[in-house]
Design a binder for this molecule. Structure first.
Ligand code: SF4
Ligand code: SF4
Length: 123
């Protein structure tokens, strides 16, 4: 089972790119489709790779058979010493807020004037 038939073919792909990133055979590449959306395409013929692999399908968040984020977070981080969890944030060790006070970083920054590249740790 791979994502081309099971996700892209059913119109469920959200273009996250995880499938292409994890494919051990480099058979998937993310490209624009005819509607201007990112979708994976097969690069080298995946005719039967899904029978032996299906990794792309397992990591894909766009079909209904995936675990939810809380389950995945619990499995990966639930036993970490000092871990905290809330429904709003998921699992975390600590949380910080900051911004750059250099030049016009804050005024020109994206994502709510957060830290642009290189700003973390600047004083
Ligand atoms: S089934 Fe495996 S080899 Fe085939 S495209 Fe998906 S991740 Fe790659
Ligand atoms: S992992 Fe799923 S949603 Fe993400 S790009 Fe691949 S097919 Fe689309």
């Amino acid at each position: 089972m791979n994502v081309i038939q099971e996700v892209v073919g059913k119109g469920w792909c959200i273009g996250c790119g995880m499938c292409a990133a994890v494919c051990p055979r480099n058979r998937l590449e993310i490209r624009w489709n005819e509607r201007g959306e990112y979708n994976p395409v097969e690069m080298d013929g995946c005719a039967d790779c899904g029978k032996k692999c299906s990794l792309c399908y397992q990591v894909c968040p766009a079909h209904g058979n995936t675990k939810n984020e809380t389950e995945i977070g619990r499995e990966w981080y639930g036993d970490v010493k000092g871990i905290q969890q809330t429904d709003e944030t998921g699992y975390y060790l600590s949380s910080y807020v900051g911004y750059s006070n250099k030049n016009d970083h804050r005024k020109n920054g994206a994502s709510g004037s957060g830290a642009p590249y290189g700003a973390v740790g600047e004083k």
